[in-house]
Design a protein. Structure first.
Length: 266
């Protein structure tokens, strides 16, 4: 096993883009359902102002996202045999693999919460020992916040192959997923930046250019105009996020997982 070897980012990115048609074909209905719930659900909640509707929306979004991830990863990892792995028509399925995705995510979140809690305690103790206010500590607080965000980003990258491992190995995988990214975190992060950065810049540009129009609509005596502009903006960005960025990220992680597993087996 060659631990020093690493996967090819360009190969994983190429697989992500070339796999888009298959991803849309295999998980199209699940992606459309996720978009419809995420785009239309908030409007229903805002109109009725119900905490129960809000909770129901959160559950619905989680279920639809898990179905979409399950279908996308089955398609990316197993190709034409994805149906034999439990992928439903158009990606509409909810079986043991989806349950494992939820359990693995919850356990990973608990692990991260434990690490963050321990780090926060260390930060508070260190601040007290140096007679620094943990909340209004100026440079101390700023530096600590930057370190905390960088650490969370690092953890996110380390767990980036969690879902791929759970689908591919057909069993519950939690902390073992950290071993898959050993020595690969830099390349995984680079691939994530390549895929996410254009979307982030697009969102920033759209908000920057349409912000004045939305603020102007707030000043006009036509509430429906403001609501309509917000809905179009929200729905359009979600369409790109769910219909394009999500399948690309899944395709990238699935290809990286396959390459890393091949390297580890040598």
């Amino acid at each position: 096993m060659r631990r020093s070897a690493s996967f090819s980012v360009t190969k994983a990115l190429s697989a992500a883009f070339s796999g888009l048609p298959g991803a849309w074909g295999g998980a199209g209905l699940a992606l459309v359902l996720l978009w419809a719930v995420a785009a239309g659900g908030p409007l229903v909640v805002f109109q009725h102002h119900s905490i129960w509707l809000c909770l129901a929306l959160v559950v619905a979004v989680v279920v639809c996202k898990v179905m979409s991830l399950g279908a996308l990863y089955r398609t990316a990892l197993f190709g034409q045999t994805a149906g034999k792995e439990g992928r439903g028509p158009g990606g509409l399925q909810f079986a043991l693999p989806e349950v494992r995705l939820i359990l693995a995510s919850l356990l990973a979140a608990l692990f991260v919460a434990f690490i963050v809690g321990a780090g926060f305690i260390v930060f508070v103790v260190a601040a007290k020992m140096n007679d620094v206010d943990p909340v209004h500590g100026g440079t101390w607080t700023l530096v600590s916040a930057v370190i905390a965000h960088l650490f969370l980003l690092f953890i996110l990258v380390k767990f980036s192959l969690l879902h791929a491992a759970n689908i591919a190995q057909r069993k519950l995988v939690t902390l073992n997923a950290l071993g898959l990214t050993s020595g690969q975190a830099g390349k995984l992060f680079a691939g994530m930046v390549v895929l996410v950065l254009p979307f982030a810049l697009l969102v920033a540009g759209v908000v920057h250019h349409l912000g004045p129009e939305i603020r102007l609509a707030h000043a006009l005596p036509y509430p429906w105009l403001t609501q309509g502009m917000n809905l179009v903006l929200h729905g359009g960005l979600l369409l790109l996020l769910i219909g394009l960025l999500l399948p690309l990220l899944v395709g990238f992680f699935a290809s990286a997982y396959r390459q890393i597993e091949t390297i580890r087996a040598e």
